[in-house]
Design a binder for this molecule. Sequence first.
Ligand SMILES: Cc1cc2nc3c(=O)[nH]c(=O)nc-3n(C[C@H](O)[C@H](O)[C@H](O)COP(=O)(O)O)c2cc1C
Ligand code: SF4
Length: 390
Amino acid sequence: MTLASVETGQGLRAACAQAPETVIATVQKSGIRGRGGAGFPTGLKWQLAAAAPAPEGRRFVLCNADEGEPGTFKDRVLLEDLADLVFEGMTIAGHAIGAKEGILYLRGEYIYLLAGLQATLERRRAEGLLGDDVLGTGLAFDIQIRMGSGAYVCGEETAMIQSLEGRRGEPRNRFPYPVVAGLHQAPTIVNNVETFAWVAAIMARGADWFASIGTDNSTGPKLLSVSGDVARPGTYEFPLGVTIAEVLAAADDGGKAKAVVVGGACGQCVPARDFSRAISYEDVSTGGAVIVLGPDRDLLDVAENFMEFFVDESCGQCTPCRVGNVAILEGIRAMRRGEFTTEQLRDLQRLGGTMRVASKCGLGQTSPTFFLSLVEHFADEILDRVPTPA
Ligand SMILES: Cc1cc2nc3c(=O)[nH]c(=O)nc-3n(C[C@H](O)[C@H](O)[C@H](O)COP(=O)(O)O)c2cc1C
Ligand code: SF4
């Protein structure tokens, strides 16, 4: 893994020797986009937060380590093996946007990582890499860790901010965006664990190095969590633009996969005929999850499993998501019993389309994606279960 070969400390030293605007310009030049899923340009996010007025002088750097997407585990690997790089990226962000306070929001189920992460923070303070005078440069920045409590929706950045404020973890309305009014109404950047690690690497090796990897619009390498019907599941690093077929060859699906879910439970189901498609922001994008489905998988069984997850995890705040997930789940169950008509199937497709545009946050906007892509690409398999009206 490239990240494992990045010398820790190098990126932070380079960043501290530069003006904040120069650091932001370097991040922008690298072309890096967020590794958490949505792919927002990281440098632009930082620029907006740095430019937003901070009435009480407070700005925040939040690291999203909630990692609740089914099939995603690469952030856990980073926190276990390369936590220094993640904390270094957060410290660089603090310098860039003028924040003194950083928070790592850790998935509740990762509580077993807490002691090790706290020890790393303590060591970094002792080494002068955090605290009131980072590397003797006068930069003040420190990081605390706050635990999530097992709600998937708290990975959504505004729900995370609510949770950190001691409120119910539910997505907020935008506008304003967190870069303008986030935690405690102060300018706040939220970035994924992997994004921060790559920023440390970019500051150590340069924007051109990063931009030379990947494609024009999807620069750099990406970590993928590969699971499912493969001989070698695990965390892989590929340049963005890698084809699904190349990922399958590395993880060894034996040439048998019938579909791959790219993006986790909220991702799309890509059929074998499209395995030449690229994993990138301009083609099939993912926060990291690649779930391989072998020839014997019942795709409706997988869809039912995903929809049960969304019904459980919807915060219930808005109707399209609260009601829509239940309706799709019930429809899938009826299909599996053979008690469904093609007209009802069309209704569910329309409902999924409505959820995509009318739900308040990314959960409801993406929860129908797998089901809709199944209907699109595996119509035969589904229509076999839908009796034709007499
Ligand atoms: C329901 C839901 C769950 C999410 N969970 C995560 C998560 O666990 N980790 C993450 O980095 N982003 C997650 N996101 C995306 C965040 O809202 C946000 O876009 C991201 O943390 C920004 O970081 P990035 O720009 O570095 O990708 C989630 C979004 C939604 C809608
Ligand atoms: S889309 Fe779902 S999770 Fe998001 S706010 Fe609406 S009900 Fe809550």
